[in-house]
Design a protein around this ligand. Structure first.
Ligand code: ARG
Length: 588
């Protein structure tokens, strides 16, 4: 289904040509003066040079051919040579009706079944989650859903960090506390116990303690590094401990992601790709890509066009140890082998952008992935507290996600205290609204920007917030319930009539932008565009709702048309928030 812009573009192109001008000048854009018109074309200004004519003359020639086309309520040539356009209500209504009857409301399906992998979440096993992990989960989930909606074959991978120093730290601390554990007995040949020797709560205490000690005590740190190396070299007892840590920690992570309504298709881990490393390193050497620099094995990745220094990508340290780089490169090897992706999108803190630039260049240069595979870095900014520093919970501790969620839900519940509803329904609603507050507060900002987590503002039922969008959806749902209660039947395919007032035109105009919004939100990895869309639509809808008595309309045909429009707005809003990873409650 062609977009409004495309339709206008065609009409304008034809008119430009008919008037004797090149159609390349017929470029249509959304108006930057919505108070004056909906769309505009500035091509006459550019054409003026080629045709040595006053731009206004060209604009008038074109406008003269379009005045009676039936598409425009208004089309005018404005000095010095703009063409301002406002589409007619019948044209808009036709468009909306076509949208209503089209799959995905007119969004174009991905041209071929491209496989898109999304590397997001990136939690570290046994280490506390921080706000960066929260952001990655929220943004990645939205990108994943949007791509899937558009028909891409999407694989979301949690890419857990489970192969680093944190493991050695935990093992070392455990050894100090319980040296008698069988895992430390190198002579032990039997089966290790199935029950882990710690709980998640223990791990939450052990890791920060070990981490703190290693920062103060060099010897302790060396021990932890040695334990990490032994684990990586395959020491049995340590591998058994690592498995326990993994199991306990992943079970906990699954609970948290569940609460966030975030899901992964794969729960792959850094450790999974270690077996690929020896061959990968060998191939890099054989291909002549890698060389030794001060004992370390590196691949140069700088390019002539660089304006800043891009250091070489280090593959092996001088002691032969692997790095974060090595694992990420090996992960690309594995992804290619198992899934053959057309693109991989990494949703990671923007402070890792140089790092990923090195990794991507190295992967392409060493041919572990083809030139045609798109490696995308979607870097996000920091979620700060009101003090401008990375967000912490009220008690100042590291972020416990469950705690954040329950704090926000609590704040929402306070706001809903006066409302009459069953306790279970209230709890469910508060949880959904709270989650929407957090996610929308995050997603409504351009991902790369830092933003301030403002509990009061994010949970407000008014303004550009998640709760406001949910409120609009709940309002539509309750309207639809009333329609049903009053026995009014409005078949699904009931045509929407041309708008009867300005508020209704605005709703339709907002709706008409659905397909371009969703498509660009994916192309540009920009969920904030979907937020903007649902906000504009909600706002327009609420104005329409206030100006019109929908159920009490004396004209049956108009009433049916209004109801049909409300229903469509409801469906599209719900689809929109679905792409953002939010869910609306029944009541609020
Ligand atoms: N675990 C990493 C961290 O906490 C994030 C992983 C990002 N993804 C990747 N493929 N490196 O910083």
């Amino acid at each position: 289904m062609k977009k409004i812009m495309e339709r206008l573009q065609e009409k304008l192109s034809a008119a430009f040509e008919k008037a004797g001008y090149d159609k390349k000048y017929a470029k249509v854009a959304v108006s930057n003066r919505p108070d004056l018109c909906q769309y505009q074309c500035n091509g006459a200004l550019a054409a003026a040079k080629e045709y040595r004519k006053a731009p206004i003359q060209i604009a008038q020639d074109v406008v003269g051919l379009l005045e009676d086309s039936g598409i425009f309520a208004e089309i005018t040539a404005v000095s010095p040579g703009f063409i301002n356009m406002t589409v007619s209500d019948p044209f808009l209504a036709d468009f909306i009706n076509e949208m209503a009857g089209t799959e995905r409301f007119g969004c174009q399906k991905a041209e071929r079944e491209e496989t898109v992998m999304i590397d997001f979440g990136g939690a570290n096993v046994a280490k506390p989650l921080h706000v960066g992990h929260l952001r990655s989960a929220i943004i990645g989930e939205s990108i994943k859903r949007t791509a899937r909606y558009l028909g891409y074959h999407v694989i979301g991978d949690a890419h857990l960090g489970d192969w680093g120093l944190q493991m050695g730290l935990i093992i070392t601390e455990l050894k100090k506390r319980q040296p008698e554990l069988v895992y430390f007995d190198e002579a032990f040949q039997g089966e290790y116990p199935e029950e882990p020797p710690f709980t998640m709560a223990d791990l939450e205490e052990i890791y920060p303690c070990a981490n703190g000690r290693s920062k103060e005590d060099e010897e302790y740190k060396a021990e932890a590094q040695e334990a990490t190396a032994q684990l990586q070299a395959g020491r049995r007892g340590y591998l058994a401990l690592w498995k326990h840590i993994l199991n306990v920690s992943v079970a906990d992570l699954k609970k948290i992601y569940d609460k966030l309504n975030v899901t992964f298709d794969l729960w792959k881990k850094e450790s999974d790709v270690q077996p690929y490393i020896p061959d990968m390193v060998q191939a890099m050497k054989d291909g002549g890509y890698a060389h030794i620099d001060q004992g370390a094995l590196v691949v140069d990745v700088k390019e002539e066009t660089d304006t800043k220094e891009i250091p070489p990508c280090m593959i092996l340290k001088s002691n032969g140890a692997t790095l974060y780089n090595t694992t990420d490169l090996a992960t690309i090897v594995e992804r290619r082998k198992l899934f053959d992706p057309d693109r991989i999108v990494y949703v990671v803190d923007k402070r890792q952008s140089l790092y990923f630039e090195q990794v991507f260049r190295c992967a392409k240069k060493t041919k572990i992935i083809g030139e045609d595979v798109d490696l995308v870095f979607l870097g996000f900014g920091t979620m700060n507290g009101k003090d401008g520093k990375p967000f912490k919970t009220r008690d100042g501790g590291v972020l416990r996600l469950e705690k954040l969620l329950s704090e926000v839900a609590g704040c929402v519940e306070e706001k809903m205290a006066g409302r009459e509803m069953e306790e279970t329904i209230r709890k469910d609603a508060a949880a959904k609204i709270g989650l929407a507050a957090i996610k929308y507060g995050d997603l409504s900002n351009q991902a790369s920007k830092d933003y301030v987590f403002d509990m009061e503002r994010f949970t407000s039922f008014e303004g550009n917030t998640g709760p406001y969008i949910l409120y609009t959806i709940v309002r539509i749902k309750s309207l639809m319930n009333k329609v049903a209660e009053q026995g009014i039947t409005v078949p699904e395919d009931t045509k929407i009539l041309p708008a009867g007032d300005k508020t209704q035109t605005e709703v339709m105009l907002a709706l008409s932008k659905w397909s371009e919004t969703v498509e660009t939100a994916f192309e540009e990895y920009a969920p904030h565009k979907i937020c903007q869309f649902v906000y504009e639509l909600s706002d327009a809808f609420n104005r329409f709702y206030h100006e019109n008595r929908i159920l009490a309309n004396p004209d049956d045909a108009v009433r049916a048309s209004h109801i049909s429009l409300c229903r469509l707005a409801g469906k599209i809003l719900e689809t929109g928030i679905g792409l953002l990873g939010l869910e609306a409650p029944e009541k609020m």
